[in-house]
Ligand binder design. Structure first.
Ligand SMILES: C[S@@+](CC[C@H](N)C(=O)[O-])C[C@H]1O[C@@H](n2cnc3c(N)ncnc32)[C@H](O)[C@@H]1O
Length: 238
């Protein structure tokens, strides 16, 4: 029953499933250490102690649940709720949950239609999800609905300058018509009623998103001004 409901929603919103390589790459240490852990460390720095202990964190698009342990370590929530559309990935999440002391609930579902009451979540961790969504606006409306007033949406995205690169186009799959610059993501999130202060935005060009993997900078060659490949932002529901 649940599967057929999910299939209907997914067909409506055209789920572009990640490539086999992409699904595997997210289980590597490169992803865990340099992308996922680094993002959580930087979110913590950006938050600058402004976040009190959350009751419920939603990990939106949680993949196999690799962030659960990090979210517990850095934010000490009472409960983590992991949701992912891909049932082949989410079936591994309960195993990741056993490494946490807090309660963790894992659900196969879509962020377009979350199985959560209005205003029930304090923090949404939304890492590298939005650029995978054909209907980004529908997800942001749903995040706004489930987030409590004063709640925080942590968004980390790869920008179009990276998603359009040859390597990413060859090995990963994305809905290409919705890719945005860092400024585009900020605008999109603000347009759904969230407050983002300028100091709550961080853009970067990490080594793994460069065509030469940061080699030319390492050996001291002059760097061209380039468009940001990554953006982190902290959005608040008023
Ligand atoms: C690039 S991965 C990011 C995974 C994880 N957040 C991380 O940073 O390691 C994107 C994830 O979003 C999931 N996803 C894509 N569309 C979704 C949707 N509509 N609802 C829920 N999850 C979705 C994919 O299955 C995939 O696991």
């Amino acid at each position: 029953m649940m599967d057929s409901m999910l299939e209907k929603q997914v067909t409506e919103k055209e789920w572009v499933r990640e490539s086999r390589f992409g699904r595997w790459f997210l289980t590597t240490n490169i992803w865990y250490q340099y992308v996922l852990s680094q993002a959580i460390i930087e979110f913590k720095q950006l938050l600058n102690n402004s976040l009190s202990r959350p009751s419920q964190i939603l990990d939106a698009g949680c993949h196999q649940g690799l962030a659960f342990e990090l979210l517990e370590q850095y934010f000490q929530p009472k409960t983590i709720i992991g949701v992912d559309i891909d049932k082949e990935l989410i079936r591994f999440a309960p195993k990741a949950a056993t490494r946490c002391e807090c309660e963790v609930k894992c659900e196969n579902g879509t962020v377009y239609n979350l199985n959560l009451p209005d205003s029930s979540i304090d923090v949404i961790f939304c890492h590298q999800l939005i650029h995978h969504l054909s209907d980004q606006s529908a997800a942001l409306k749903e995040f706004y609905r489930v987030l409590d007033s004063g709640g925080v949406l942590l968004i980390g995205e790869s920008c179009r300058s990276f998603i359009n690169s040859l390597f990413v186009r060859l090995f990963f799959r994305h809905p290409m018509h919705v890719q945005k610059s860092a400024e585009g993501y900020v605008e999109l999130v603000r347009s759904h009623g969230f407050i983002i202060r300028d100091e709550d935005i961080k853009t970067s060009i990490p080594w793994w998103s460069r065509t030469d993997y940061g080699l030319s900078e390492k050996i001291g060659l002059p760097q061209k001004q380039r468009e940001a490949t990554e953006v982190l932002l902290i959005a608040r529901k008023p």
